[in-house]
Design a protein around this ligand. Sequence first.
Ligand code: ATP
Ligand code: MG
Length: 392
Amino acid sequence: MGSLLLIRYGEIALKGKNRPFFEKKLLQNIKESLLGLEPYRVLFHRGRYYVEIAEDNLFPARRRLERVFGIVSLSPVFTAELDLEDICRQALILLKDNYEPGMTFKINTRRANKKFPGTSPEISSHVGAYLLKSGLQLKVDVHNPEVSINIEIRNEEAYLYTQSFPGSGGLPVGVTGRGLLLLSGGIDSPVAGWMTLKRGVHIEALHFHSPPFTGDNALNKVIDLCRLLAAYCGKITLHLAPFTEIQKEIRLQCPESMLITLMRRTMLRVAERLAKKRNIPVIFTGENLGQVASQTLENLIAIDEATALPILRPLVGFDKEEIIEISHKINSFPISVRPFDDCCTLFVPKHPITRPTVEELQNAEEKLPLKELVDRCLNTIQTKQITAYERV
Ligand code: ATP
Ligand code: MG
């Protein structure tokens, strides 16, 4: 038999009739995350998942599972026969792995198999006494131990573990629904994508690029950001929309101060059409409030007006420092700061409009062949499936 990982999920999210749906989705996501690490087996028992996998694959499996949303923590597990002496021997091996002279420990036993003789406290004290006689320098501390050895007596064997690694929390991707993420190459939108996935929404990503002004480097940046997000959800469908013509038309026909807001409104029109085609009911962006001139409340309201679909902005309550902190945590930061232009960093107006009215924007848009521009952009979208680096 191979090695085992025990997986715990958040109980609070599981109340009520959604529970089986949630558990099934998490099981599916766990299995999907392990693709390429075969052979493995995933078991579900009494509200926990157990992954049986070859010893060599234990570490990569743990790393992948740490990114599966819905998982709260993970523990590598030792197995013992259903025999108190074997349990003692395995407990000693486990303890030696973490041993330092003078160390304090505690045993917690869970006796799921009621046929196994002795109560849980009796088993704990028997194993504790065995460890104290082992010749190692140990002390029992039931309140604040340096090492807790957990023993689960199950029907076929006993499980022992000490370590717990934190998972990513959140909800299993897919349980909430699907969303379209507007993904730039910046710091914010990948973080917004990660937060969207964390709440159980599976995303497709839409990126606008402006060849030849934005080159392959800028495109690779977005692909790398997608790969990174894909480690949290299996794979991501990335839509690449050429924006050069739209951008040129707006620059030519409309006041410079409105450039960013009008570009954003047009992006949303394309996004809405794409979302409808893909049967996606909501758009997510990395917009924040007040961070840049184009993100005043008036600009956000004006951007909303361009689409009938709801726009959710997961970052709206964060300071920039908090967003950067998450981007470091998920490792998107080093990709986001690669110095390649995005279509929105080209031709930035000196004085962007901060308090536009919808009416003045609509007046400016009258000069644009909007329907044709959006149609052409939509018809030339390229779509790619992006998988995580380590799963390729
Ligand atoms: P980001 O770091 O995500 O680029 P930002 O603070 O730089 O955000 P803007 O560049 O004004 O802000 O972009 C606001 C949002 O608009 C982005 O978070 C993203 O959702 C969307 N967006 C901007 N540029 C693009 C693009 N080229 N393709 C797709 N979406 C974009
Ligand atoms: Mg940006």
